[in-house]
Write a protein that binds this ligand. Structure first.
Ligand code: ARG
Length: 275
């Protein structure tokens, strides 16, 4: 197939090392507190992900891990930024609530305009931004974590239309486990993770989307980070790699087997800073 060349855009990311990563509580179906995490391997895999992003020319900021916050490695959940404005997170479960403060501290110290939320929302876990779709569109998930009231709040804070999408499968509890931006205007998603009506909305907005299947989603193949050309995704997600390659992107696989034990992969570990 012939595609217009997929061009990368340099990005700025925020990551947090899995220094205190464990699975000591279970707040999603992937978490099994009886299986120990290999902390050394988790850190090694995380470093490879960080270096992969750096080698592709992206800037990676690192947030210090805080003891007692084992899920803090999933930095995507800490906030959502669009054009220099940050909409802060407010976590559903008390086990993670203090992570929001560490992220707020990072943004305010760096001089970002930061809006603290009234409503529960888990940052980029449930929000995605497509700068080139309809002049700048936010996609927002709800059903398991983020309160739909946060979608309206995000729209008021960010001044971009927010499209609400209902997630219906507990295995795909965050939007970023079921959908990802491939570039400024196109997405990939697993349709059955969404309600029938939300599937219709996605089909209407994104006729050229790359569609994934259940096996892709279960391999965390949708939990990817793309710079518009390079698509960084879990090693297990080989079929998903083939799908994005067929659409003209370049898959780059990284092994995040340990982070999967907490119910996350590449995208969960990486927040994009959109200045
Ligand atoms: N254990 C974490 C939780 O359940 C995983 C978060 C994954 N992050 C994400 N962006 N999907 O909250």
């Amino acid at each position: 197939m012939n595609h217009t060349e997929r061009l990368p855009r340099n990005r700025t990311y925020l990551m947090c090392p899995p220094k205190h990563f464990t699975v000591e509580y279970a707040i999603n179906p992937w978490m099994d507190t009886t299986v120990p995490v290999d902390a050394v391997l988790a850190l090694k895999q995380w470093e490879i992900l960080r270096d992969t992003l750096g080698d592709l020319g992206h800037q990676v900021h690192v947030l210090d891990a805080v003891a007692g916050l084992p899920d803090m490695v999933y930095a995507a959940n800490g906030a959502f930024s669009v054009d220099g404005t940050v909409y802060g997170a407010r976590f559903r479960y008390p086990e993670r609530s203090a992570e929001a403060d560490a992220h707020r501290e990072f943004y305010t110290t760096q001089g970002w305009s930061f809006a603290g939320p009234q409503h529960i929302n888990e940052g980029e876990g449930d929000f995605a931004y497509l700068p080139g779709a309809y002049g700048g569109t936010v996609l927002a998930g709800y059903g398991f974590r983020t309160d739909p009231a946060a979608h309206a709040e995000a729209q008021e804070v960010l001044g971009r239309p927010v499209v609400s999408l209902r997630l219906v499968d507990p295995a795909f509890y965050h939007l970023d486990t079921a959908l990802a931006a491939l570039d400024d205007r196109n997405v990939t998603y697993y349709p059955e993770a969404f309600s029938t009506a939300s599937q219709r909305v996605l089909a209407q907005l994104f006729p050229d989307a790359v569609l994934a299947d259940r096996a892709d989603a279960e391999a965390f193949g949708l939990n990817l980070v793309s710079d518009g050309r390079h698509v960084i995704l879990n090693t297990e997600a080989t079929a998903m790699g083939d799908k994005v390659r067929a659409a003209g992107y370049l898959p780059v696989h990284v092994d995040l087997s340990e982070l999967k034990r907490g119910g996350g992969s590449v995208k969960c570990a990486v927040a994009e800073l959109r200045g």
